[in-house]
Design a protein around this ligand. Structure first.
Ligand code: FAD
Ligand code: NAD
Length: 447
């Protein structure tokens, strides 16, 4: 035991912070953790978990319609937002409790306060002064705000889970993950949705043809997309709604405006400059492969480093750091082939290179696609086609990318990502016998 109060102190009790604290404590370190809001962080409290539950809730809108084609009579369909909201928030409370118990059972001291640096080994945690040998910054990121007059009239993903009532109409600013996921949720639940993007591209990191298919289906479902429309001004209407004026002079109005325009890292007010922790141009904490900052005993994991803003990545970074510092088992995170998904309606999933990236990087590329209507959608008379695409390096025959849109695409992609990550060839995929009848069998039948 060192002369410090703790061997390891973690700032932030989100995905990365909880994991690194728990693993370090399991290795025998004396660990403290400060969380200024709620244990679980963005993912559990106001991100992945409540978002996915709303996606499930919203999807019943289609399922109940389709059910009639399968012989069911569903009388008196109605939807109650308050019930869904209450049940989702109760589930969030339950998971927060489970995270807290895990920390307690690993003997991590949890301080429900904000932590700020005093020097490289000393933190002010609420009223206390706490010293630690090693410190991990896992403070995450926060919703971005547009740089224009009236931005305070927009809500963000922090508030969206707590709405008193569903809006009749909503403008969603942004063209990324959150915008497209909440466009699907609000549209299914009956709001008139307009997605307003400042450029002409949605979901830049995703394969062009899959994004096009998503936009096509979303448009048929009633979602409107407005492009090249950066905001000049946001005003509150007398009836509580919002009026947006774009830089091009167009006016857009709705009951509610949701800003989903990226998440800047939470580095403000931590006193990092005085301690000597370097930041990137975007205000993220600069770290090396081992998550070490410019100060020897200070580390950072998760969204605050702005490497890949996904929960499984934050968790892995936190785990690797704790094993390296306290477990005698140094390892680093491999960022190659991280699978990801957008839980839009229908969802998108991908791993590896897009077709465009492969064509830019590799000598020769072969593309295999399957464009089909899922059996369930055919019987339901739902004219909604899935698209699967495999990207193959012609020289090695290895699968270098996979892209999907369609029912359960993220569930299917998790397994397919193993094949891409393992560097399997197209022939090895083809050698696998199909499971029939499934949607996923298309993956082994593309010729
Ligand atoms: C709406 C939404 C949906 C998402 N959906 C997905 C998804 O489906 N899949 C996925 O992989 N990712 C998703 N994400 C991203 C994911 O939530 C983040 O990548 C992940 O939570 C990052 O974990 P973290 O530990 O870095 O930070 P966080 O989980 O944000 O935790 C940081 C914690 O630090 C606390 N904190 C900050 N400053 C201080 C301080 N000075 N003192 C004490 N405490 C402090 C904060 O209160 C917070 O609890 C979503 C995000 C949002 C917003
Ligand atoms: N399913 C998932 O895994 C999931 C879901 C939600 C969020 N997340 C994570 O959280 C991060 C944040 O999500 P997000 O949707 O806020 O960001 P994003 O990076 O996915 O998309 C941001 C969008 O906002 C636009 N934009 C940026 N500044 C703008 C401005 N001033 N005015 C108008 N538009 C602007 C960008 O062009 C882009 O289309 C994601 O990058 C992702 O890593 C993941």
């Amino acid at each position: 035991m060192s002369d410090y109060d703790y061997d390891y102190f973690v700032i932030g009790g989100g995905s990365g912070g909880v994991r690194t604290a728990r693993i370090a404590a399991g290795h025998g370190a004396k660990v403290g953790l400060a969380e200024e809001y709620r244990v679980g962080g963005t993912c559990v409290i106001r991100g992945c978990v409540p978002k996915k539950l709303l996606i499930y809730g919203a999807h019943f809108a289609e399922d109940l319609v389709d059910a009639e084609r399968f012989g069911w009579t569903v009388n008196d369909k109605s939807f109650d937002w308050q019930t869904l909201r209450k049940n989702v928030l109760e589930e969030v409370d339950r998971i927060e409790g489970a995270y807290t118990s895990t920390l307690e059972s690993h003997k991590v001291d949890v301080f429900h306060d904000r932590a700020v640096f005093q020097d490289a080994h000393t933190l002010k945690v609420g009223d206390r002064t706490i010293t630690a040998d090693k410190i991990c910054i896992a403070t995450g990121a926060r919703p971005g705000r547009f740089p224009c007059e009236g931005q305070e009239h927009a809500i963000t993903s922090n508030e969206v889970f707590h709405l008193e009532k569903l809006p009749d109409s909503i403008l969603i600013a942004g063209g990324g993950y959150i915008a497209n996921e909440f466009a699907g949720i609000f549209n299914e639940l009956g709001s008139k949705v307009t997605v307003v993007n400042r450029s002409d591209k949605l979901l830049r990191a995703y394969d062009h043809s899959v994004v096009e298919r998503m936009m096509h289906i979303a448009t048929i479902k009633g979602i409107e997309f407005v492009y090249n429309a950066p905001f000049a001004k946001v005003e509150k209407r007398e009836d509580g709604g919002v009026r947006v004026t774009t830089e091009g002079g167009e006016t857009l109005e709705a009951d509610l405006l949701l800003a989903a325009i990226g998440r800047p890292p939470n580095t403000d007010g931590l006193n990092l400059e005085d301690v000597g922790v370097d930041l990137t141009d975007k205000g993220a904490i600069r770290v090396d492969d081992a998550s070490r900052t410019s100060v020897d005993n200070i580390f950072a994991v998760g969204d605050v480093t702005d490497r890949v803003q996904l929960t499984p990545v934050a968790i892995r970074e936190g785990h690797a750091l704790a094993d390296t510092l306290f477990g005698g088992n140094p390892w680093t995170v491999d960022y190659d082939c991280i699978p990801s998904a957008v839980f839009s309606h229908p969802p998108i999933a991908q791993v590896g290179m897009t077709e465009a990236e492969a064509r830019d990087t590799l000598g020769g590329v072969e593309i295999y696609t399957s464009d089909f209507r899922a059996m369930k959608n055919v019987l339901a008379n739902r004219n909604e086609r899935s698209l699967y695409k495999l990207v193959v390096d012609s020289a090695t025959r290895k699968l270098v990318g996979a892209h999907m849109i369609g029912p359960d695409a993220p569930e299917i992609m998790q397994a397919l990502a193993i094949a891409v990550k393992a560097g399997l060839t197209k022939e090895q995929v083809d050698a696998t016998v199909a499971i029939h009848p499934t949607m996923a069998e298309e993956l082994v039948l593309m010729r």
